[in-house]
Design a protein around this ligand. Sequence first.
Ligand SMILES: [Zn+2]
Length: 161
Amino acid sequence: MKSPTETCVREQKFAADRMLGKLAKWLRIMGQDVIYGQHLSGYGLIRAARAEHRLILTRDRGLKRKQPPDFLFIESDHYREQLRQVIKACGLSPLDNAFKRCLECNLMLEPRSKASVEKIVPSYVFSTQENYSWCPKCHRIYWPATHHERMIEELKSLEID
Ligand SMILES: [Zn+2]
């Protein structure tokens, strides 16, 4: 296996195996392009990663016998340690692109004007929030909310000096 720094490239995209759902979600919170799903293990994971030149993130020690493309073996069972490993190995900045991707669909969010969401979001949200974006696929509306602060604190705690 190549060293982790060699496996990561600029604008790295990821394919996380199905054991790594929480890691995948946090990478998406960081704005990273990561596919994840129940079908993504073993050869399904390898096929998907190869098709889109994604770096495989896996806890499956048997995967390397299946001749996968580049992969990063995730050492820990705990998502914070897993995130730290990926951030360090791939030189990611946790906050640079945070909250720019749909957590469900993995697509980049697009800005929406406040006026255009008036009938869609709850009125208490509309009266207190100015900035909105939405996912072009699932049409879910996103806005900065209090849970962002907790997530930002969490991401800050992961930054590697
Ligand atoms: Zn979506």
